[in-house]
Design a binder for this molecule. Structure first.
Ligand code: GLN
Length: 286
């Protein structure tokens, strides 16, 4: 079978199964299996795929029809221009979360962030794949170090692997939020679970069944982790240090209020590329 026919067949099967963006999915899976770029595909669409490639493509399509996320099939997701390994034990990094990292990098550039021993120290609470911490450490031009914390040992194994693959030095610790965190930080960043438990059932299958539930579930009103992180972070921030939180698009008001009440100042909301409220941040002055 040719590349062109293999792709057309894949696209049709995903469409029939009601997979969203069937054409893109069929393409990415073909690229994954054959290693072929789009340019090479168009240069020679009549090239034959090997039997092994065809079989592997079949297998990928079957998994995608079962709504296994594309990223669990290919094992990777791009975030902040870097390639992160992912599996079923971590939340797949979302583009929305780049808003959080970009805001943090902007604060660093503006030199608004306190340092300790000449270094910026980051804490990524609920680090999952490590995407926030590792992209911060990768992209900042300033001397920096950081810790990623997560309750899931299996998630931390993925984060450690990502650190190694990206060649970024970082520490990862297991614990229930701040349970095992030691030290003091320039910035605490977090994309905690923030979906109200009852809403999880309404999400698309890929998310509901394949992202780890503990990475999504913000308990009854979705705010459980914000309450704890806002309160407990104060003890771990340098004077004037920043807390940056990713939020659901309808949580800006409540999370800002939590931060004000806990004594943070300069509390601001930042929108994502879709124009939705996505990040709340502020600094803590003791
Ligand atoms: N920090 C990770 C991310 O933003 C994981 C977040 C989570 O598990 N809630 O992708």
């Amino acid at each position: 079978m040719t590349l062109k026919d293999t792709y057309a067949d894949g696209k049709q099967r995903l469409e029939q199964a009601g997979v969203p963006e069937a054409d893109l999915n069929a393409w990415y899976l073909l690229e994954y299996v054959t290693g072929i770029s789009r340019a090479a595909f168009y240069a020679d669409p009549d090239r034959e795929v090997t039997k092994a490639q065809k079989e592997q493509y079949e297998d990928c399509l079957k998994r995608r029809v079962r709504r296994i996320p594309l990223q669990h099939i290919t094992g990777e997701q791009e975030f902040m221009g870097l390639n992160f390994r992912v599996n079923e034990h971590v939340l797949i990094p979302r583009q929305d979360t780049e808003t959080l990292v970009e805001q943090a990098l902007d604060l660093l550039k503006a030199k608004a962030v306190p340092r300790t021993e000449q270094k910026c120290r980051f804490l990524d609470m609920c680090t999952g794949s490590g995407c926030i911490l590792l992209s911060m450490l990768f992209h900042t031009r300033y001397p920096a170090s950081g810790i990623g914390a997560d309750i899931s040992e299996k998630a931390l194994a993925v984060a450690r692997e990502n650190a190694e693959v990206l060649g970024v030095k970082a520490d990862f610790i297991q614990g229930d939020l701040f349970e095992n965190v030691k030290g003091i930080f320039s910035m605490i960043l977090s994309n905690p679970p923030y979906i109200p438990s009852a809403v999880i059932e309404t999400l698309q299958e890929e998310v509901r069944l394949h992202d780890p539930r503990e990475a999504l579930d913000g308990k009854e009103d979705g705010l459980y982790f914000y309450r704890r992180i806002v309160e407990e972070s104060r003890e771990y921030l340098l004077q004037g240090g920043y807390l940056l939180l990713e939020i659901g698009h309808d949580q800006a008001e409540e999370v800002s209020r939590l931060m004000h009440r806990a004594g943070y100042s300069d509390v601001r909301v930042k929108k994502d590329l879709a124009g939705l409220d996505r990040v709340v941040y502020g600094r803590y002055i003791k």
